[in-house]
Write a protein that binds this ligand. Structure first.
Ligand SMILES: CSCC[C@@H](NC(=O)CCC(=O)O)C(=O)O
Ligand SMILES: [Mg+2]
Length: 369
């Protein structure tokens, strides 16, 4: 597969409502898309880095820079376009996993489209629909939160995730559990907002039969997560802490988590995401597909990943309308069964709608090979 050039494209995607977490409030996504052009097909990758390095050390301007100056030149030096070769070509460059994931995905998408193979088939998906959860930000009041939860439950989401932070945790969880009963699949995500000193307070969440508590402590602290896991009964799930299969192995060996949120962008791509899936399955660790407010391009790849057999918990794979009034692809629409259909077309199985893409495009940069 000959690459003729690569396009870096920035698009501005306003959110339908502000999304507040323990590290800030998002009102729009500044998204970097990578398009790989070949004579037979083009491939798309979506970089999930946020505008500022608040979720992880990566940020979108930095991702564009490392792609332009280091990752794309490294790719240009090889002629082997197999997905594993793309990975190997980028290996000497340290970190920047979200940027690497976008480039790897775009090359893989071009290859799969040319070969007529879907992402789901390539990854080893075993289902054609995936049950969907929804992530709900910190609200300005309990009544407002209950209204928001009611709306998503009415839409059919099978699992609710509440963002929490010190001062907004036990009360909102108790209120949701009381209003919606014990059958609602409910979990929380702290985005590393607590410390081990909060263990006794976090143990109060054990009363609400949560599926998990996601990333309660600092992303670089597996030992303290293992200690916290001994002090609370709610299963600990890691997100920010897991950036590779070896991190997942370390976390499992230390007992730092019993569930893992797999985000392909965070771990450097879908191949590493599948390695983590395989590792966790072998250890009996449940995994689910996390989200970074992706457009339909990243969403398509995530839904394909979520269809692998080890993804036994509903992911943050919501419908497009959860975040965007207009998606850049045909919208992902939640079925009556609370599921999204896994795309079956070649590659990602979706593509940007040209006139919408044009409307949201802020800048494009063409890098010839
Ligand atoms: C802006 S917060 C992005 C990271 C966050 N993602 C979500 O909560 C889910 C977002 C989504 O539905 O894509 C997480 O820590 O899991
Ligand atoms: Mg999270």
């Amino acid at each position: 597969m000959k690459i003729t050039g690569i396009e870096l494209r920035r698009i501005a995607m306003p959110l339908v409502t502000p999304f507040r977490t323990s590290f800030g409030t998002e009102t729009a996504r500044d998204v970097l898309l990578v398009r790989v052009a070949t004579p037979d097909a083009e491939g798309w990758g979506e970089c999930v880095a946020m505008s500022e390095p608040l979720y992880s050390p990566e940020y979108v301007d930095g991702a564009a820079d490392v792609l332009r100056r280091f990752l794309i030149p490294a790719l240009a030096e090889t002629t082997d376009r197999s997905p594993y070769a793309v990975n190997r070509a980028m290996e000497p460059i340290k970190g920047h996993r979200m940027a690497k994931a976008a480039l790897e995905t775009a090359v893989l998408d071009a290859r799969l489209r040319a070969n007529g193979e879907s992402f789901a088939s390539f990854l080893g998906a075993t289902r054609d629909r995936v049950p969907c959860g929804v992530s709900i930000g910190i609200a300005d009041s309990i009544p407002h939160l209950l209204e928001v939860v009611q709306g998503y439950v009415d839409e059919g989401y099978v699992r609710v995730k509440l963002k929490i932070e010190p001062g907004w945790d036990v009360e909102p969880v108790a209120a949701v559990r009381e209003r919606f009963g014990d059958d609602l699949m409910l979990q929380v995500d702290a985005n590393a907002a607590y410390t081990l000193a909060d263990a006794r307070h976090l143990a109060r969440l054990d009363a609400f039969d949560l599926l998990l508590i996601e990333q309660p402590l600092a992303e670089d602290d597996l030992v303290q997560h293992a200690e916290l896991a001994r002090r609370i009964t709610t299963p600990v799930c890691l997100d920010e802490s897991i950036v590779s299969a070896s991190h997942a192995a370390a976390a499992i060996s230390l007992g730092a988590c019993s569930v893992i949120n797999i985000k392909p962008g965070r771990v450097g791509g879908y191949l590493e995401a599948r390695r983590i899936h395989d590792l966790c399955r072998a250890h009996g660790i449940a995994v689910w597909c996390g989200g970074m407010l992706e457009t339909g391009l990243g969403r398509a790849a995530n839904v394909a990943l979520a269809a692998l057999p080890g993804f036994t918990l509903p992911g943050d794979t919501s419908a497009s309308r959860r975040y965007f009034a207009t998606d850049v692809t045909e919208p992902f629409v939640l079925g009556d069964d609370g599921c999204l259909a896994v795309p079956t077309g070649p590659g990602l199985g979706v593509e940007p709608v040209p006139e919408i893409l044009k409307e949201v495009t802020v800048s494009t940069e063409w890098i010839p090979f």
